[in-house]
Design a protein around this ligand. Structure first.
Ligand code: ATP
Ligand code: MG
Length: 329
């Protein structure tokens, strides 16, 4: 990663951003924005694929997600923040890529499979939803991005995108499209505060970057620990314990954490002590983010999105032209 490359990543405007986004992707973006060309997309077209009956929710959250970006320190002078629906070239590229992927291949995607399980569409799956990984390939390749800072759930999407790139270049005898790779963090997947395998906006099982002090405390108090750890002296289990999973992700004194785990496993360490420690850690992390967020003006957000979308459009128009030329259109 020595030479400057292009990094691209996106979030669906389906709610405010949470701690999973922070450790899984936003922290890496903060590192990348100083060193590489960075593009950050608010994926409203993709968000509509499972919220087509609630466009107002998607619209409102574009602003909220952008506020979260600025609050954590993403800087529009160092990265291009844009809205997917304002770059129509991405939809046009998607059309060309749709021909290169089979239905069977889409149905095998493990992330899409897991997401379909959460919804109750049965055999009425919208085509837009099933095809969203193809539109992600368009998002990545339109900017010739090579670095994708994401959580682990996005690995199948990057794999598919690379398959499309190879198929396109081979089929049309071209070198227009470039392959990309995931930039993963130490916490590739933060579990939900309810113990479910992933914290997510759609499941509303997360601590949000904009949560109030009181809210954070309540969420921590309600976290599962070990149901068999009843008395302080009882031996406790670290595995599957939500409080420890969050300490793993956010408590920086790793040596101290090892000794807390030992003590908990042996018996003699109460859940309330651990929860209080986690509360201190998360309050300290989130207070400055929340305060910065509250100072951001809506008008400033709109200007950032207009400028960013214009810049993103310029780049994607070039790629689209090259893609059409390669096909022979
Ligand atoms: P939704 O439920 O609407 O899909 P989400 O919470 O999954 O929302 P996305 O907008 O789909 O969030 O994801 C944006 C980015 O954040 C992706 O790179 C994704 O991998 C990452 N991410 C989301 N949730 C987590 C998590 N719990 N742990 C690590 N990374 C995450
Ligand atoms: Mg998601």
């Amino acid at each position: 990663m020595n030479e400057a490359q292009t990094a691209l990543t996106a979030d669906r405007p389906t709610g405010h951003l949470h701690l999973g986004h922070y450790v899984g992707s936003l922290k890496n973006r903060l590192v990348l924005q100083g060193k590489h060309k960075c593009l950050i997309m608010i994926a409203d077209v993709q968000a509509l694929s499972d919220n087509f009956d609630n466009p107002q929710k998607v619209k409102e959250n574009i602003k909220e997600v952008c506020k979260d970006y600025l609050a954590v320190g993403l800087n529009p002078d160092k990265c291009t923040i844009f809205v997917q629906s304002r770059v129509p070239e991405l939809s046009e590229l998607t059309m060309y890529y749709l021909n290169l992927v089979t239905l069977a291949r889409l149905e095998r995607n493990p992330t899409v499979k897991a997401e379909l399980k959460q919804k109750d569409w049965e055999d009425s799956i919208p085509m837009g939803f099933l095809c969203y990984p193809i539109s992600q390939a368009a998002d990545i390749t339109a900017f010739k991005a090579t670095l994708i800072p994401v959580g682990e759930d996005q690995l199948p999407m990057i794999e598919l995108s690379n398959e499309i790139v190879r198929r396109f270049n081979r089929l049309y005898n071209s070198d227009v499209l470039v392959e990309s790779e995931a930039v993963l963090s130490d916490t590739k997947r933060l579990i939900g505060i309810d113990g479910k395998s992933k914290a997510s906006k759609s499941l509303n099982n997360a601590i949000f970057l904009s949560d109030s002090e009181k809210n954070i405390k309540e969420k921590i108090n309600n976290m599962y620990t070990d149901p068999n750890h009843i008395k302080i002296t009882d031996p406790g289990t670290v595995e599957g314990n939500v409080v420890f999973a969050y300490l793993d992700a956010f408590f920086e004194d790793k040596q101290e954490l090892v000794s807390l785990k030992k003590q908990y496993t042996k018996g003699g360490l109460g859940d309330s002590v651990l929860k209080s420690l986690l509360n201190d850690v998360l309050q300290a992390l989130l207070k400055p983010i929340r305060e910065k967020r509250e100072s951001i003006l809506d008008d400033d957000i709109e200007k950032i999105l207009i400028d960013g979308s214009r810049a993103a459009r310029n780049v994607s128009q070039n790629t689209l032209r090259e893609v059409k030329e390669a096909i022979g259109l």
